[in-house]
Design a protein around this ligand. Structure first.
Ligand SMILES: [Zn+2]
Length: 435
């Protein structure tokens, strides 16, 4: 029965049209003393029932924890107490996809978004922000979409300018964000404008901003358009799937106990080696994605299916997150079969943006030939970074001379909005650790 329920849940998740597909938890979390301690406790009690996945529990709660505002844990393993909701319409912003109830955050995030919206409009001429997912009322893992966005310090902002009117609730559900991509590797110059560059530069300019994540093709265009002042580029990192929105991540509030910051951004602008490495991964991933469909291979006799990592349980989060979940009688109802009805209901909502354009057959064949010539990579085989030596036409700087191996730090940078999911056997996982 439980298995049936789990199957149903997985189906719902797979079918749910979410902006950013599910990705299993990675080593992304920055270990905090609290979360490490909690994990050790779990290991000592293997017999204890795990209970519903934490994403079910946090995904079912519709109100914030009536406690002091705190970001607890790390971006991809934590929760939020005392969350505040961003007003759905402000002078310079509007919240999209209201049905998701994800316009919650630490007050630090709300302050940042309001300030950015105002500055971008007043100083740069950006018409206003369309705000996508922030956090759930009590943060925590989400049933659809991101693996991060858990502690109220992450937000997605659409790259679509805000229309000059207040959108209706229905429009906020239905309107699609505009993709910036002309093809899987490049930004469409007819869509990307200098104002987009200004917006991201502005968003990166505040000291409380830790990282911005954008599609590698957007990082490339930012590198080209940045001009002489390039310091802000170090905080803007490539990541999968951020081609119709960008993701802002703030540092922990000063002195916040139990909030895990990530490593400061450093000084490299990331336009050399880092971007070249990302383009290698992008090309290999595209070779998979654009490959003509082939029938699945029958499993070898006696072969065991690869073990799946179980979803994060409540006990995998910092211990304080249990109190956050239960505060004010907030813990959701769990059905006898272990499912959480309110979470299942919440697991709907429209894709925020269009899919990534695919290569046409001619371009696909050309890429395949290029990669197999240089690295013997072929569709269907899991690519290795070393195998794909295709040069990325992304930088005038020789790849060997500049930059830390930052794509090798996704454990640090990982916003976990990863469209290439290990859960999706049709799209093998590119190597995320190319260093
Ligand atoms: Zn995001």
């Amino acid at each position: 029965m439980q298995r049936l329920a789990l199957g149903l849940v997985l189906l719902l998740i797979c079918g749910a049209v979410s902006a950013e597909q599910i990705k299993p938890a990675t080593k992304a979390a920055i270990k905090t003393p609290t979360s490490t301690g909690a994990a050790k406790k779990v290991a000592k009690k293997p017999a204890a029932p795990k209970g519903p996945p934490a994403k079910m529990l946090f995904g079912a709660v519709s109100t914030p924890a009536p406690l002091a505002a705190r970001a607890i844990g790390s971006y991809a393993k934590g929760c939020l107490s005392g969350g505040a909701s961003l007003p759905i319409s402000g002078p310079d912003w509007q919240v999209m996809r209201l049905s998701r109830n994800r316009n919650w955050g630490h007050p630090r995030l709300l302050d940042y978004l309001e300030r950015l919206a105002s500055d971008a409009r007043g100083l740069d001429g950006w018409p206003g922000l369309l705000v996508g997912d922030m956090a759930q009322p009590r943060g925590g893992p989400m049933i659809t979409g991101h693996t991060s966005h858990q502690i109220g310090l992450d937000a997605d902002i659409w790259l679509t300018p805000m229309p000059d009117r207040v959108l209706t609730q229905q429009e906020r559900e239905d309107i699609s964000a505009i993709s910036m991509l002309k093809d899987p590797f490049s930004v469409d110059p007819a869509i990307w404008t200098p104002l987009h560059t200004k917006l991201i530069k502005r968003a990166a300019s505040y000291p409380q901003l830790a990282r911005i994540f954008v599609h590698p093709a957007i990082k490339k265009v930012l590198c080209e358009q940045a001009g002489k002042n390039r310091a802000w580029l170090s905080k803007v990192r490539p990541w999968w799937n951020h081609y119709y929105h960008f993701h802002v991540r703030l540092t922990c509030p000063p002195g916040a106990e139990g909030c895990g910051n990530q490593k400061p951004a450093g000084s490299d602008d990331g336009c050399g080696k880092e971007l070249a490495e990302w383009y290698k991964m992008l090309r290999k991933a595209e070779l998979w994605r654009s490959a003509p469909p082939t029938p699945p291979k029958p499993p070898k006799p006696g072969a065991k299916p690869a073990p799946k990592k179980p979803p994060m349980g409540l006990k995998d989060l910092p211990a304080e997150c249990t109190a956050v979940l239960k505060a004010g009688g907030g813990a959701p109802e769990v059905a006898a079969d272990g499912t959480v009805p309110a979470a299942l209901k919440a697991a709907t909502g429209k894709d925020a943006g269009p899919p990534i354009p695919r290569l046409d057959p001619v371009a696909y064949e050309a890429l395949k030939a290029e990669l197999s010539k240089k690295g013997k990579s072929k569709p269907g085989a899991k690519p290795k970074v070393e195998a794909a030596s295709a040069a990325a036409s992304v930088s005038t700087t020789p790849a060997s001379t500049v930059g830390p191996a930052s794509p090798g730090d996704p454990a640090v940078d990982n916003p976990s909005d990863d469209p290439i999911s290990a859960d999706d056997p049709a799209v093998p996982l590119p190597d995320r650790k190319p260093q």
